[in-house]
Every structure is written in structure tokens, then in C-alpha cells.
Write a protein that binds this ligand. Structure first.
Ligand code: GLC
Length: 553
């Protein structure tokens, strides 16, 4: 039996103030020299995460998968992909992490399986209306011979959301055609996922990041949508036929009851965090006491680098989570979005997804983006709640926007008719050393090419350099643990500054975080500066853009 976590009093659970580090296993560290990351690689690099001071690790899917959507196409929910290792490797990794006081969260992908999952293989060859087919959303088509899809829904990655089976019926896939949607009205599907939850809890994990948590339930009449919008825009449409439907909450409650029962019986401290791209006003419903413990905060993630907008996004998140007794989360990057060190270096209002392909790439001011990202790190780590960091963010990595199109792996590239480059640029294996094959990622290259600029950003290059982004993160996380976690409620207080409109100044007890969004230097409040993202000027002013933490007595 793997090590169990220590139970904590209600209100003081670990996840309420954790720094959670997201590992994308293909791209973290390659232990067996095949060009792809794996669990032995993660174990070997665990000291990096211990030095960084994280409280938990979220591992993106590590299950057997044809990798047609980077592993979010799961072929077997109770196993580890051969390329990543074995279940014993997973157990050993969890034990190592626990021994170091680090929790482990795994990714649960319930909206769809891979088309290589045994259920879908069975469904393909089973007759219409059979039990095998009823696990998925399989329907006859429209038109004289059923040659038209059942409705006009489009897939998030582009193209129709329906693909035809050999016998003429159609299956729904809200993402790639290799990801058939499960039918969550089927009790067998519901029972299966409870069993999967229990499998991983008993293997020792501390929680789950739940993929497409606002999906699962579809309007049973499968009506056409009025407008086919992207995943972000459709979150704003009321009564959408396949996003954010009320029925999803009953499923969440069922899962929560499983976690709570395991927790009560075995003294665990378990959690679930939702990936739900829903309107901020809808999000608190997912966070009611008998639903998710937390959800990602995409409202904040998508905010432009602008003091007023960020302040409003922080206030919305605080109010939303407080109303239901949850606690907020903060993240600026993950495996699906352009890294924020790059986004923040682009002219305001750039559509960063389109910019990857369309450019102009010389519009990017990478140095400015990095300065802003360093300042943002201090903001993120000073806020009440928990912070999710995406691997490489602690190194200040930017997006590899210049990947040649012939190496692209993300289904978005082909499914969009090569009009969207997709998400590979934030999934490039991370650099550990200044030289060597794939900058220390592994001994035999890396599955996506790394740019030469990675050498100077490697863990080796930055370790011990007090001005580096890595050392800034190490210090910030250590100080956060000591000074911010129990610092109390947030108040905005801009009275110390001369340039109010370009400054955010938040106070929690005797700690203040001042973020200078602009380029003009600003004065700091009285007190001891415990950390700043850029050196203070000789006149004591904080240059811009930069952030500082100040302790007042
Ligand atoms: C989530 C994942 C993303 C994946 C999609 C389909 O949004 O974060 O990477 O492509 O779900 O599973």
C-alpha cells in the first residue's frame, strides 16, 4: 500500500494553498533514451521539484494511448503506457514523491476514450443498439440514407463532431475523431469511472485533475447549435447542448461522495480539480461543498497584462470561490495555451493562437514578456489559494513558436485544415543542461526539436545565479510558505504609489505585493523588501515591469 496523506482539518486542507507543478510526461525527462519523457525520468528529476519547493505534482495522462491527442485519448484507464513505464514505476514515483512530502494528482479523462479503448473496438463491430454501442454516443444519420451527420456540431479541434462507422451509424467526438464521446446516461459508464477513481486512489494518488469537466452530459435531443463557436466562445451561450449542462453536477456529486468516503475511511486528504471552460458566473456551481474541491481559473489565465483587468479577475475569482466555501486557483500556463512569457511579450489584444502561424513573429518582445512573467510569478504566489505552475515556467521558458510545421503533432494542425498551429510549442521538452543531447532531457534527442536558446534557460545554467528566473521561483516559493500562506485576507491598497493606474498593490496582513505593470519606476511602501522580480534602482524605486514583496512591521 502506498503512503497515505495526512488528513487535515476542514478549511486547512493541503490543496487550498498548494503550489502544484504540472508535468507533461512526454516532455519532462527521458529516462530510457527513446526521445520521449517517462516515469523513470520524472523520478530521476524529482530533486528539482524538491528544490523548487512544490507541494504537489499533477501528471498529465500517462495511460496507454495512441497519442493522437497527446495522451488525452486514453486506451486503458488502469495502466501506464509502455513508453512511460509500468504501474510499478508509478507506484515507486508516488512513494518517492510522498517521502519528499509532495502529493500526486493524476489526470482523469471521462468525456471520451481513445478509439483504441477496448470498449470502442467492441462498439465498432457490434450491431446498432447493442450494449457495446450504448456506451458511446452513436446515432443514425440524417438524410435519405443517413448520409448526413445527426446534427451540425463541430469538434473543438475543427471539422464535424461526427464520424461514420462502417455500418453507416455515426459516433460523436467533441474533440478528435480518435476520441469518441462516452454516453454518460449509461449506468455502466458511471460505474466504470467510479472504479477507475478507486483504482488510482488505492494506488496512492492524492487527487484528480478532471479533463473537460463541463462536458460529459449532452442534450438528449441532440439539437443543432445556432452558431458553431470555439470552446471559449460557446461557454457564453446559455443552455448549450453539450457544454456546462446541469446534469453534469449529479455525476460530480457521485465522484465526490467516493472521494469523501475513501477519505473518511482511510484518513486520506483527497481532492479533484476541474478543467471547466465555463462562464465565470457558472463556475461556482462546480465548487459547491459536495462537488469539485477546486477548478482552474481560465478567466485569470486569459487576462491581458493590465493592472485593472487583472484586479477584476482576481476579485471575481475570490468572490466566486468564497461564496461556496472553495478556494481560488491561479495559473498562467498549461499544456494547452501559448506560454505566458510569450503571450505577455505580444502587442495587446493579439490573438495568440492565430499569431503562432500567422505572426508577425518579430512583433514579439521576448525580453519584455519574460520581465512581465517574472513579475506575474510574484503576483500569483502572493494571492490566497493555490497556484498551478506548468513545467518550464520556473525557467521562464517561452513558447517555441517557430517549430517547423513538418514536426507538428497536435491534431489541431491537421483538423483545422492547417490554419491553426496547435499546442506543440508549449510542449517542447524542457532543458536541464547547457549542452548535451537535448539539453539533458535524454540521451537520444527529443520528440520535438528544442531551440538553441534553451541552453541558457536550462536548470543547470540558471541554478546558483541569483538573478535567474529559476532562483526567483525557488526563493518565492520558500518565502510564500513562510510569509504568505497564513497571511490572511486580501485587501487592495494602492495608496503607496504615485502611478496608481499602472500598479496593483495587494496587502495580506503585514505582507504587501506591489506589481508595477508599466515601464515607469514606482515608489514602494515602507517596510523591508523581501523579494523583487528585478533589482531595485539605486534611488530605491521599483523599475517596471516588475513586482516586489514587502514586509511591514
Ligand atoms: C483538455 C486537455 C487537452 C485535450 C482536451 C481533450 O482540454 O487539457 O489537452 O486536448 O481536453 O481531451
Amino acid at each position: 500500500m502506498a503512503t497515505t496523506s495526512v488528513p487535515t482539518a476542514p478549511g486547512a486542507e493541503w490543496w487550498r494553498h498548494a503550489v502544484v507543478y504540472q508535468i507533461y510526461p512526454r516532455s519532462f525527462a527521458d529516462g530510457n533514451s527513446d526521445g520521449t519523457g517517462d516515469i523513470p525520468g520524472i523520478r530521476a528529476r524529482l530533486p528539482h521539484l524538491i528544490d523548487l519547493g512544490v507541494d504537489a505534482i499533477w501528471v498529465s495522462p500517462w495511460y496507454p494511448s495512441p497519442l493522437l491527442d497527446g495522451g488525452y485519448d486514453v486506451a486503458d484507464y488502469r495502466n501506464i503506457a509502455e513508453r512511460f513505464g509500468t504501474l510499478d514505476d508509478a507506484r515507486a514515483f508516488i512513494a518517492d514523491a510522498h517521502a519528499a512530502g509532495i502529493r500526486v494528482i493524476v489526470d482523469l479523462v471521462p468525456n471520451h476514450t481513445s478509439w483504441d479503448h477496448e470498449w470502442f473496438t467492441a462498439a465498432r463491430s457490434a450491431p446498432s443498439g447493442s450494449a457495446e454501442r450504448r456506451r458511446y454516443m452513436i446515432r443514425p444519420g440524417r438524410g435519405v440514407d443517413g448520409e448526413l451527420p445527426p446534427n451540425n456540431w463541430t469538434a473543438v479541434f475543427g471539422g464535424s463532431a461526427w464520424t461514420r462507422l462502417d455500418d453507416g451509424e455515426w459516433y460523436l467526438h467533441l474533440f478528435d475523431e480518435s476520441q469518441p464521446d462516452l454516453d454518460w446516461t449509461n449506468p455502466e459508464v458511471r460505474a466504470e469511472f467510479i472504479d477507475i477513481l478507486l483504482f488510482w486512489i488505492r494506488l496512492g494518488v492524492d487527487g484528480f485533475r478532471v479533463d473537460v469537466a463541463h462536458g460529459l452530459v449532452k442534450d438528449p435531443t441532440l439539437p443543432d447549435v445556432a452558431v458553431n463557436e470555439g470552446i471559449l466562445e460557446s461557454a457564453l451561450i446559455e443552455n448549450h447542448p453539450h457544454w456546462d449542462r446541469d446534469g453534469v453536477h449529479e455525476i460530480i456529486r457521485e465522484w465526490r461522495a467516493v472521494l469523501d468516503a475513501e477519505q473518511a475511511e482511510h484518513g486520506r486528504d483527497l481532492m479533484m480539480v476541474a478543467e471547466a471552460w465555463v462562464h465565470p458566473t457558472s463556475l461556482p456551481k462546480y465548487l459547491r461543498p459536495d462537488e469539485y474541491h477546486q477548478s482552474f481559473n481560465f478567466d485569470f489565465l486569459q487576462c491581458e497584462w493590465e493592472a485593472g483587468l487583472m484586479r477584476e479577475a482576481v476579485d471575481r475569482a475570490l468572490a466566486g470561490s468564497e461564496a461556496v466555501g472553495s478556494s481560488p486557483t491561479w495559473a498562467l500556463s498549461n499544456h494547452d495555451v501559448v506560454r505566458h512569457a510569450t503571450r505577455y511579450g505580444l502587442p495587446p489584444e493579439t490573438d495568440w493562437r492565430a499569431w503562432l502561424l500567422d505572426g508577425p513573429h518579430d512583433a514579439l518582445d521576448a525580453a519584455l514578456g519574460l520581465r512581465r512573467a517574472r513579475a506575474a510569478a510574484l503576483l500569483l504566489l502572493a494571492l490566497p489559494g493555490s497556484t498551478y505552475l506548468y513545467q518550464g515556467e520556473e525557467l521562464g521558458l517561452g513558447e517555441v513558436f517557430d517549430l517547423p510545421t513538418d514536426v507538428l503533432d497536435d491534431p489541431v494542425w491537421e483538423n483545422s485544415g492547417r490554419t491553426r498551429k496547435g499546442r506543440d510549442g508549449c510542449r517542447v521538452p524542457i532543458p536541464w543542461t547547457v549542452a548535451g543531447s537535448s539539453y539533458g532531457f535524454g540521451e537520444k534527442g527529443s520528440w520535438l526539436p528544442q531551440p538553441a536558446r534553451f541552453a541558457a534557460l536550462s536548470v543547470e545554467a540558471q541554478s546558483g545565479d541569483p538573478d535567474s528566473t529559476l532562483e526567483l521561483h525557488r526563493r518565492a516559493i520558500a518565502i510564500r510558505r513562510e510569509m504568505w500562506i497564513d497571511a490572511g485576507a486580501l485587501e487592495w491598497s494602492n495608496k503607496f504609489t504615485r502611478e496608481e493606474e499602472q500598479v496593483l498593490c495587494l496587502r495580506r496582513g503585514d505582507m504587501t505585493c506591489l506589481v508595477n505593470f508599466g515601464s515607469e519606476p514606482v515608489a514602494l511602501p515602507a517596510g523591508a523588501v523581501v523579494l523583487s522580480s528585478e533589482p531595485l534602482r539605486t534611488d530605491g524605486l521599483l523599475p517596471g515591469p516588475a513586482a516586489a514583496w514587502i514586509r511591514t512591521d
